[in-house]
Design a protein around this ligand. Structure first.
Ligand SMILES: [Zn+2]
Length: 206
């Protein structure tokens, strides 16, 4: 039973994260690539590394038990918004490097390959920066998702304050429904931006 609930919550985090990423992309008239999507999905599961029975926890059990013991238990350290600050800083730093490399055509990539860029027009630093940002975004959707449950999140862990935005259980049909609706919305918006000329309804955003 416990395992089923954990698996179900993992699925909700995946569909919520993917849907939110696609919706965000659509708002900028952009379709996310494969690497970013994978990073969002991993980010959407990553905070539950602190729970040995979660999908993430079962991939690396010793690490999961270690975090569970030393990081304030489930929904402790890995569920703190504060942990996102260094991740965000790292991704923005990489992105900044990418931009300066684009201007100067140098950096280690330029030095190695004579200034040629990767296929997508991103330098490896830029690519890493975008993938890292996608991971942070997925991570954020996980924390927001947990805020929508009655268990709430100690969002400034190690400070003990818990916030919870709804009285619903994580496995309730309302919380699961919100997650799936987000996915269908994100997919729908993506279909819209790709077919707006065919269906004749211009996409109002982006
Ligand atoms: Zn969680």
């Amino acid at each position: 039973m416990r395992e089923d609930v954990n698996r179900m919550m993992g699925t909700s985090h995946l569909v919520f994260g993917a849907g939110a990423w696609m919706a965000l992309g659509a708002s900028a008239n952009y379709t996310p690539g494969l690497a970013e999507t994978a990073a969002v999905l991993i980010g959407a599961l990553a905070p539950d590394l602190d729970h040995p029975n979660s999908r993430m926890g079962r991939i690396i059990p010793p690490l999961s038990r270690f975090i569970h013991r030393n990081g304030g238990g489930h929904r402790g350290m890995t569920h703190s918004f504060l942990i996102m600050i260094p991740m965000l800083w790292l991704s923005l730093w990489l992105w900044g490097k990418h931009q300066s490399q684009m201007q100067s055509g140098s950096g280690w990539w330029g030095w190695l390959f004579g200034g040629s860029q990767s296929e997508s027009g991103l330098t490896p630093d830029g690519f890493l920066g975008v993938v890292m940002l996608a991971f942070v975004f997925g991570y954020l959707t996980h924390l927001v998702g947990d805020l929508l449950t009655r268990q709430g999140v100690k969002f400034l862990w190690p400070l003990p304050f818990v916030i919870r935005l709804t009285p619903f259980r994580a496995d309730s049909s309302i919380v699961t429904g919100i997650a799936w609706m987000t996915l269908w919305t994100g997919l729908g918006l993506q279909v819209w931006i790709h077919t707006e000329s065919t269906i004749g309804i211009p996409f109002p955003f982006g």
